[in-house]
Design a protein around this ligand. Structure first.
Ligand code: NG1
Ligand code: MG
Length: 402
């Protein structure tokens, strides 16, 4: 039984006692991005991996056109008509699956009436893609129930579209793609411009990935995220005057940097400080290069060099992109000074949320103790740790016979 809650079936049956169809179960993971941060919406490389933590969805088709949503974390049941799907703030978390239902509908895949019961073990809003996990598991389930025959890539793009257009979060495609396409013990090297990807075995025998949640609020994440996107667009507009074929900032190679830097400094981007735009562009261009390089190092088993790139990524996010903040810097500095830590960086959008560290197997316990104490001294907060395994992307589970 893959579902880790003992009384869960009772909850589900209380919510959906119907006898109109069998209960089907699905799972979508969260993801951790190993390197390549704030590159996805700039058409660059990312290197995420799917987690074994994630979102379970149990769904029962209904004879009528009602859509009913429930979760373990709220007693509130959201209920709407399948022919009247709209964003409504009071629908709360159900806006994510409703967004997917809306986008699928606009693409000609009509969802049946359903009872949908969601539960999961990802920290919410911490940079581990709880939202993409909910979106992708919904898209996968409806595709399965309707026999629509969409492939995983299309499901990822549909889920991203739901987040962009329905929920109103202007994110890149990394999260949905890794949740849909992830594979056990593999990282996903994805070019976010072309969506070309490669699964790279993580040869990390003797090492563990340790995620540390700062438990600090991500207050600025939304507003600063959009500000960074605007700064990057401003940089791209200037660059396009000299390089008209460039569609995305991350297409610029590190070897072109000095020319691009001079261009940005002399021309300036209207409404932005030249120095700021230079730093944002430098981060994106170098980070995308690091993410591509990191995939190669991982495939070669060159863990030490991989760790160095993780550290360089964090420094660039701290100094050039300015999205780390006190809590994440404190966690990473603590990790850097810990015995047995090969590399450490913030992961996700920043301003709170999580860090990811590569730690020698035999040093994990000492590592978490050290980071816990140092972080608490620096910030007065206590972190949570997840010693993670890399799991599979979205999949169906055996039907629950009730
Ligand atoms: P997180 O922090 O997991 O929400 C966000 C974006 C990603 C990507 C990263 C930065 C959302 C939902 N996702 O991730 O697309 O841009 O920041 O690399 O906003
Ligand atoms: Mg999210």
């Amino acid at each position: 039984m893959p579902i880790p809650w003992p009384n869960l079936l009772d909850h589900i049956l209380a919510f959906s006692p119907g006898d109109t169809g069998e209960l089907r179960a699905y799972f979508a993971p969260g993801r951790v991005n190993l390197i390549g941060e704030h590159t996805d919406y700039n058409g660059g490389y990312v290197l995420p991996a799917a987690l074994t933590m994630g979102t379970w969805l149990v769904v029962r088709p209904r004879a009528d056109r009602r859509l009913r949503f429930a979760t373990t974390f709220s007693h509130h049941v959201v209920e709407v008509d399948a022919d009247d799907v709209q964003f409504r703030p009071e629908q709360d978390f159900a806006n994510y699956p409703l967004g997917v239902i809306d986008v699928l509908g606009r693409r000609g895949v009509e969802a049946p009436g359903m009872d949908l019961f969601f539960f999961g073990n990802l920290p919410i809003g911490a940079g581990l893609s709880s939202s993409a996990s909910v979106e992708v598991v919904t898209a996968f389930a409806i595709n399965d129930l309707t026999g629509a025959g969409l492939d995983r890539e299309s499901l990822a793009v549909i889920a991203q579209q739901a987040e962009n257009e329905f929920v109103g979060v202007n994110c890149g495609v990394m999260d949905q793609f890794s949740v849909a396409m992830g594979k056990k013990d593999m990282a996903l090297s994805l070019n976010c411009l072309t969506l070309a990807y490669e699964l790279v075995p993580v040869h990390s025998e003797g090492y563990r990935l340790v995620i540390a949640n700062s438990n600090a609020p991500r207050k600025l994440a939304g507003s600063k995220y959009n500000e960074r996107r605007a700064e990057c667009e401003a940089a791209l507009a200037v660059i396009k005057r000299r390089f008209p074929d460039v569609q995305a900032l991350a297409e610029i190679e590190p070897s072109q940097w000095s020319e691009v830097e001079a261009l940005l400094r002399t021309e300036g981007a209207p409404g932005f400080e030249a120095e700021v735009v230079v730093r944002r562009a430098r981060h994106v261009i170098m980070e995308s290069h690091r993410a591509r390089e990191a995939a190669r190092l991982l495939a070669d088993g060159n863990i030490e060099a991989f760790g160095e790139l993780m550290n360089a990524s964090h420094r660039s996010l701290r100094d050039d992109y300015e999205v780390t903040g006190e809590a994440l810097d404190a966690l990473v500095e603590a990790a850097w000074s810990a015995e047995g830590c090969i590399g450490s960086r913030m992961t996700g959008a920043g301003f709170g949320g999580c860090t990811v560290s590569l730690v020698r197997d035999d040093a994990v316990e000492a590592f978490t103790n050290h980071v816990q104490a140092a972080y608490q001294r620096a910030t007065g907060r206590s972190p949570s740790f997840y010693v993670t395994d890399i799991g599979d992307g979205v999949h169906a589970l055996p039907a629950l016979d009730a």
